[in-house]
Design a protein around this ligand. Structure first.
Ligand SMILES: *Cc1c(COP(=O)(O)O)cnc(C)c1O
Ligand code: SF4
Length: 450
């Protein structure tokens, strides 16, 4: 058990302010107006090891720089870190820092991939009736409008498609604006579709005119009742909401037009750690709040970032404090090259138990596992069977893929050594999986998606 020495205090209200970026050598002379300029943030984002060194100079120990250089070279995901994020990293201890862990790969952290990992583990492409639209659930669909983001997360589920090619992964092409019309036509042809997620990539990267175009096209479809604009932007570059008036204007116009039509248009964002929320975030969220834009948050449960009770509870309270609604905490998907970041279903359940009760029920996120193989999101607690010893959870999804079974695997590094040895033996692996399925109630030969 984790020792929880003191109850959560008022720490969630202590938001970082001041010109904290000036601690970074390259930003020493940057004034507030410049730091808040979203164009400046984009231009000064770090994409290579050399740019990292040029920005932080001797803030980090040389051993860290070498480790990062090797990490950049091997990562399946491209690197891009905003000056805002770089300024929030504790450079006296970058190995352990929760923001560094999310964005800057280190060779020393590399772990072998799980043997059951595949590149598009959620089958987003298999469930796509037209390129760029995943229609898995009855009434809702996921529109992947673009393939770039203001920052790149090491753990991205869509590392098969998002960002520029890396040495390891040649990215799948999804859509360009010229191809969106096919997607709108498909949505219009499916009267059951009420809810569209506009994602990517990241909607922050869409020009204001594309936000307006997509918003208008979807609002014009009578059966579309709800839309969510998905962007990690508020977490990684909140100042864009203070200085990109064209983008904010396009968004608030779509929201207001939706409200006039009785349709909800919300923003879904992605904060993972309480220190990502500063006074700049608070100002940015206040601008959206005043404009009547509802913001929900979807976190990923990440080892060394937010996989402890206090950090997660603090994140939830701090989000609530700036009027961001904590909606989901996801199990980390089985993604190539980031096995050091995953945690187990068992840990998720323990953390959830602590978070629930720490604040309002409507601000308490649901902990979900997006079932590999396309089962969709499942409440982590709802497994049919969970073999904790071997780290195998079996889920079903009766309204999504009736009659099918879905497997999620805990990271092998967390298991006791006899279980680790079984995972190294392909015949033992088959036996473990068959036995978990049998205990979950699957009949021999019943379909398993993987
Ligand atoms: C997550 C997701 C959605 C939205 O699901 P909610 O549970 O309503 O947030 C829709 N389509 C796909 C393919 C998704 O992955
Ligand atoms: S912002 Fe979202 S889509 Fe972009 S890299 Fe991060 S997780 Fe992937």
């Amino acid at each position: 058990m984790i020792a929880l020495e003191r109850p959560l205090s008022l720490e969630h209200r202590e938001l970082r302010g001041g010109e904290f970026w000036r601690a970074i050598p390259k930003f020493r002379d940057v004034d507030e107006a410049t730091f808040l300029d979203w164009v400046w943030q984009g231009r000064n984002s770090v994409k290579t090891a050399d740019e990292l060194i040029e920005t932080i100079k001797d803030l980090a120990p040389p051993a860290f720089i070498e480790d990062a250089r090797a990490g950049f070279a091997q990562a399946p995901m491209a690197v891009r870190v905003s000056p805002y994020m770089l300024s929030l990293i504790d450079w006296s201890d970058p190995h352990r820092d929760p923001i560094r862990r999310q964005f800057i790969p280190l060779r020393s952290a590399l772990r072998p991939d799980h043997p059951r990992l595949t590149l598009d583990s959620l089958h987003e492409q298999k469930d796509a009736p037209v390129p760029g639209l995943t229609h898995r659930y009855g009434d809702k669909a996921l529109f992947i409008a673009l393939q770039t983001c203001p920052v790149y997360c090491r753990f991205c589920t869509r590392s098969y498609a998002i960002g520029p090619d890396t040495g390891d992964v040649e990215k799948v092409h999804l859509t360009t604006p010229a191809e969106w019309q096919r997607i709108f036509d498909y949505i219009a042809s499916r009267p059951e579709l009420e809810d569209i997620v506009i994602s990517g990539g990241d909607a922050y990267q869409l020009p204001a005119k594309s936000i307006a175009l997509i918003g208008e096209a979807l609002l014009a479809i009578p059966h579309v009742r709800r839309m969510r604009v998905a962007t990690k932007g508020p977490a990684v570059m909140p100042m864009k909401l203070l200085t990109d008036d064209a983008w904010v204007g396009a968004l608030t116009k779509v929201v207001a037009e939706g409200r006039r039509l009785g349709k909800e248009v919300a923003v879904h964002t992605h904060f993972n750690h309480p220190s990502e929320i500063t006074q700049i975030t608070q100002r940015a969220m206040q601008r959206l709040f005043e404009a009547g834009v509802y913001v929900r948050n979807q976190s990923v449960l990440i080892r060394g970032v937010n996989d402890d009770e206090r950090t997660m509870a603090l994140l939830v309270k701090r989000l609530s404090y700036v009027n961001v609604h904590p909606y989901y905490v996801y199990m980390h998907d089985l993604v190539k090259g980031v096995e050091d970041l995953r945690t187990s279903i068992g840990r998720a359940i323990e953390i959830e138990k602590y978070v629930r009760g720490s604040t309002a029920g409507f601000n308490t996120p649901t902990f979900v596992c997006d079932a590999p193989g396309g089962g969709g999101k499942r409440d982590v607690h709802s497994f049919e069977y969970y073999d904790r010893e071997n780290g195998i959870a079996v889920y079903t999804a009766p309204s999504v893929k009736p009659g099918k079974y879905f497997l999620y695997f805990d990271p092998i590094q967390d298991l006791e050594s006899p279980a680790q040895a079984r995972w190294a033996d392909p015949r033992a692996v088959e036996t473990m999986i068959d036995s978990a399925l049998e205990r979950a109630g699957a009949q021999p030969g019943e379909a398993v998606e993987a």
